[in-house]
Design a protein around this ligand. Structure first.
Ligand code: SF4
Length: 366
């Protein structure tokens, strides 16, 4: 069972200067009057809940953490001194191109940020407009070069596809541009139309399913050719640049989440803070708690591990749950059908089946 020490921390900064049309994350418009109050509430939560574990991965996400002013960033970074950090910690911060500047990058570097994740999504003007986003190729290149100048080479860029009537040509143009940035990590997500988003209200239609699947495999082929490892359904990395923090989730390990809407997994509980920034500032934090049974933990282990290219480590599974994988799920038929592949040590999705993980999970847990 998972009840080891907790080595990962996620911190949510819910401020954005512009709201994207597809976004259902917890976010509010940036206001300096609110930001400092929020950081004070964050400090209180960390002091109340953090138990002194050694932290190996820190991830500041949002929202857009880089919209904070220099003064607010200094306050945010001062909170990190509350944690006991491992010597070799990975410290990721999300940012957007518009709010990143040289002074902020310098500050990030001085405070130990060693990985930056940037949402760019698409460089097509037409699709940027649909998504409510901006960004020119020149600006993106300039900011990435600036990060590299300050020694932050471990960069992830988020790209999206699956827009209404997106053509293969447009997809290839985006891919070529993202590849030209020469960053060691790329996350590629298919657009989802979530409730309570501008796209949903406007009845926006995403790309048809069969085209979306063909784009998924086109991306996989192209990125593999460029030397990226497809190590998780939506994530590609050059060797040694896999996200250690996100691997904590996919390995079903425990983690702390601080800030509005942040999720924590501290066995036997998975819980989520309030999504209301106002309630969070007023100290009303926890809303949604799930107490896990052993079966729930096993379900999460299988579901999350199968997202990874390497799949489920059978020996580790046995050590954790004292059960053989085949006694928990009947997967042999799917191996015969070549949907899953089994080696001596692992069970994973076969080449060409990563797109249909959800269908595979339904079969496994029927
Ligand atoms: S920047 Fe990110 S969090 Fe902010 S509105 Fe856009 S998608 Fe949502």
């Amino acid at each position: 069972m998972n009840c080891s020490s907790i080595n990962a921390v996620y911190i949510h900064i819910p401020f954005c200067k512009k709201i994207c049309h597809y976004c259902d994350f917890c976010k509010v418009y940036y206001q300096d009057s609110l930001a400092m109050k929020y950081l004070m509430a964050l400090e209180k939560e960390i002091k109340d809940r953090y138990q002194g574990d050694v932290i190996k991965t820190l991830y500041i996400g949002g929202g857009t953490p880089s919209v904070l002013s220099k003064k607010e960033l200094i306050k945010l970074f001062s909170l990190l001194k509350l944690f006991k950090l491992d010597e070799e910690y990975e410290f990721t911060m999300e940012a957007n191109i518009e709010s990143l500047d040289e002074a902020k990058i310098k500050l990030m570097k001085e405070n130990g940020v060693n990985r930056v994740s940037i949402g760019i999504e698409t460089i097509s003007k037409k699709h940027q407009q649909e998504l409510g986003r901006v960004g020119s190729k020149e600006k993106v290149r300039k900011k990435i070069a600036l990060l590299k100048k300050y020694g932050i080479e471990n960069i992830n860029v988020d790209m999206m596809y699956g827009f209404c009537n997106q053509t293969e040509e447009e997809l290839k143009e985006d891919l070529d541009f993202f590849l030209s940035l020469d960053v060691p990590h790329l996350s590629l997500y298919s657009l989802m139309i979530e409730d309570n988003t501008i796209l949903k209200i406007n009845h926006y239609k995403r790309l048809q399913e069969d085209m979306d699947a063909s784009f998924y495999y086109l991306i996989e082929k192209k990125l593999k050719k460029e030397g990226y490892l497809h190590y998780e359904i939506s994530n590609y990395a050059k060797k040694g640049y896999q996200s250690k923090h996100n691997l904590v989730y996919w390995n079903n390990k425990e983690y702390y989440g601080f800030g509005a809407s942040s999720a924590s997994y501290i066995y036997p509980k998975r819980f989520c803070n309030t999504k209301s920034v106002k309630n969070y500032i007023n100290g009303k934090r926890e809303v949604d708690i799930e107490i896990l049974t052993k079966e729930d933990v096993i379900f999460y282990q299988i579901m999350l591990n199968l997202r990874k290219k390497e799949g489920i480590n059978k020996k580790e599974f046995y050590q954790l749950y004292h059960k053989k994988l085949e006694d928990v799920i009947s997967y042999k038929e799917l191996v015969e059908k070549k949907v899953l592949q089994e080696s001596k040590t692992h069970l994973s999705l076969s080449e060409g089946y990563t797109y249909v993980l959800n269908e595979v999970l339904v079969e496994l847990f029927q």
